[in-house]
Ligand binder design. Sequence first.
Ligand code: AMP
Length: 414
Amino acid sequence: MPFKALKLSDLVLRGVQAAGYTDPTPIQLRAIPVVLGGGDLIASAQTGTGKTAAFALPVLTRLGAHGRTRVLVLEPTRELAAQVETAFRDFARFTDLRTVAIFGGVGYGHQRNELRQGVDIIVATPGRLMDYLQEGTISLRDISILILDEVDRMLDMGFLPAVKDIIGRCPRDRQTLFFSATVPPEIAAVAAFALRNPARVEIGVARSVTASVNHALYPVATEQKFDLLEALLAKTDFDSVLVFSRTKHGADKIARRLKTANHSVAVLHANRSQNQRIEALAGFKSGKYEVMVATDIAARGIDVAGVSHVINYDVPEKPEDYVHRIGRTGRAQAVGDAFTLVTPENADDIRDIQRFIGAKIPELQLAGFPYKPLGAPRPPVPRQGQRPQGGQRHGGGQAGGGGGGNWSRFRGRR
Ligand code: AMP
């Protein structure tokens, strides 16, 4: 079915055409009619499925012409707020509708100016929005459509009190849309008070890893992790690589070492200033940086066309973060590769991830890499505030279940 059959307005259809989309994705096919019909919706779909357009296109159609602030979209991170606002603006380019992105880490001046001129759509992170609400710069009294995007991450990040407060400030008589990769009970509970008779749209299995991603585990001794990362980068023909670190400090350290090894590297984590974050993302998107090292929160949901490889330098702490990280590659039909470096300490995490995604991830070895014995797992070093670990973890066995197997994806770099 083409977009034309979806009853979007002509001006919005022109925006779709200008974006280069020809056919709707499955989430768009199923969500757009519900949103156009004015009903509430809970959609579970991963990032990369086209969910932004699934809500932006029908919402723009419903708004018609420029007027008061009628749409509020909440996003968990600054990057997502910026990205989703850009999508709205692009799709709305043939309309007179006005949008603004509201997020922290930058000055208030520009945002206040935009607000003063009158906007139809606000895309915001909860923290900065609350600032404006408390000082009275923004009122939500005319909101007729409220969209909560990446709800699971928003709650993970501790935004629940702010989200509840914001929902409470919107008129009761409104349309509410929830988008979340997973819908655990906490989210169902928020949905129960925020939505009325929502339609449910589920695309694929909420826990599945994008089908267009090839993924593999690379067991390695802890002290060889960085060497293996470098060797993987040297042997892989990549366009752009996103490297994930568990910590901000770790991300800085990896980036420093990669720069020393002559890679052009951007870093994205919450301790970077907003300008640094914007520059890192823009440079990575434009190809100025071939590698971006990021932590989970900073990278959640970001859409960078052409990320060919994701490398988990550190195994993610939560199984669902594996799915989100891997979702950065293989977006919208592209095929991407995802590699995870695994040390003996990670055996339990890997088991949890495989259970979560319901699949075994093949183990591979990099041909020609001077592997040292993996050794016994190191005893965990308790961090402040960390919950106690139950006993010693067991090693993941010897590397190379697929020993030197599927190397077709590795081509010597030019
Ligand atoms: P999202 O899940 O909204 O972050 O979208 C993921 C990527 O898919 C973005 O780069 C979109 O521009 C792209 N995309 C969304 N819908 C379509 C479509 N119907 N056809 C082609 N690309 C799309």
